[in-house]
Design a protein around this ligand. Structure first.
Ligand code: AMP
Length: 115
């Protein structure tokens, strides 16, 4: 169940400030306020989806396409084309703490973990 008062909904409504990297009709990208990499940005769709499963299941295809283009536009705005990771934590067990779907974009000189 989507909570309209989650922190990213408040950022999208302009009720809480965020350091914007990229914005369009589909998504807003801003710096994570507790970065875990040299560059750590969140891309948040302008729609009420709790997680990637909800988004992939219920968002209209043109909105999904627009969101993923916003992810790549954010990567371009950051100049990270050849050195970034994306993460979408899903569910409390996997570390999701904000239940408005978002993709983490992270980049560092050298990641400590290999998948
Ligand atoms: P997750 O744990 O995958 O749900 O990711 C939520 C992320 O949101 C965490 O990395 C937090 O540091 C970040 N975060 C929470 N509140 C804010 C905020 N007001 N501005 C920017 N990032 C935030």
């Amino acid at each position: 169940m989507y909570d309209k008062n989650n922190v990213f909904a408040k950022i999208l409504r302009g009720e809480i400030p965020a350091k914007t990297v990229y914005s369009d009709d589909y998504a807003l990208a801003f710096y994570d306020n507790a970065p875990r990499a040299k560059t750590h940005v969140l891309v948040v769709p302008r729609g009420e989806y709790t997680d990637i499963y909800d988004f992939a299941t219920n968002a209209p295809s043109d909105f999904q396409a627009g969101f993923w283009r916003a992810v790549s536009a954010t990567v371009d705005a950051l100049g990270l084309r050849d050195n970034f990771r994306t993460v979408a934590n899903t569910g409390p067990g996997a570390g999701q703490s904000v239940f408005h779907f978002h993709v983490h974009i992270m980049s560092d000189d050298r990641f400590k973990t290999d998948f």
